[in-house]
Design a binder for this molecule. Structure first.
Ligand code: HEC
Length: 225
């Protein structure tokens, strides 16, 4: 019994040391042998990488083309007025559209009190949202007042952002201003991945409000009210 207790501590320490060395493995040494991998689970399976050949298909393309007419769940963009700013006949919408009935309700929509199927209300909340988004995304080029003299014009070579108070933009239908953001226009990039649909419409409303600030007659009418 006394012998056992005398050797117990050193032997168990040595055992623990060996076990930890074995378990931690040796790092930093090169070996051409495959690593010991006791439990494979599904760690390594056959797969087709991007652009890889797959002889299973006749055209040998591993990346399969999308099947015509299919839409991924949640990606249906059926309401052209809401999503593209265009009526079904292809002309631009000239009024504030109704939110696509199948649109997914977003956090912004909920905050502004909207749900799919509602017509946007041109109220202070929508304009405030539009102002916030405009100031984030559009001002670098178009400037805070929309005159097209944003900060990039100081440094860029040849990029000429449109003056949003020009007759040309003033006469644009709301749907066309929307489309400029959704698809981009010539040298202006598309904002489709940065600005969600509701926010794009809020920006259209704010651009219209900005334009009104430079129409003297309208500003006076506003003051008299
Ligand atoms: C990177 C700079 C840049 C940003 C950011 C930018 N624009 Fe533009 N925008 C341009 C330029 C440049 C043009 C002129 C394009 C042309 O005619 O070649 C333009 C043109 C436009 C036009 C006129 C479109 C037409 O059909 O001629 C509208 C409307 C417009 N921008 C709105 C916006 C709004 C709203 C935003 C914010 C979401 C925005 N832009 C952000 C650079 C920008």
């Amino acid at each position: 019994m006394s012998l056992f207790s005398r050797w117990f501590v050193p032997v168990s320490c040595a055992g623990l040391l060996c076990a930890s060395l074995l378990l931690s493995g040796c790092r930093g040494q090169m070996s051409s042998n495959p690593p010991i991998h006791p439990n494979w689970n599904m760690d390594s399976q056959k797969r087709i990488d991007a652009q890889e050949e797959n002889l299973f298909f006749q055209d040998a393309r591993g990346m399969r083309p999308l099947v015509d007419g299919t839409v991924a769940r949640g990606w249906m963009r059926g309401d052209s007025a809401w999503h593209e700013g265009k009526k079904t006949d292809g002309s631009y919408v000239d009024a504030v559209p109704t939110i696509d009935k199948k649109a997914e309700s977003t956090a912004v929509m909920k905050r502004l009190g909207y749900s799919p199927g509602h017509t946007l209300k041109l109220d202070a909340a929508l304009l405030a949202r539009g102002q916030e988004q405009f100031n984030i995304y559009c001002t670098p080029c178009h400037g805070y007042s929309g005159d097209g003299k944003g900060i990039v014009t100081k440094y860029s070579n040849g990029l000429v952002p449109q003056n949003l108070h020009s007759d040309y933009v003033r006469k644009m239908a709301p749907g066309q201003i929307y489309e400029a953001m959704a698809k981009g226009v010539r040298t202006m990039p598309s904002f489709v991945s940065q600005i969600e649909t509701l926010d794009r419409w809020a920006i259209v409303a704010y651009v219209r409000a900005l334009q009104l600030t430079r129409l003297p007659g309208v500003a006076q009418k506003g003051e008299r009210k």
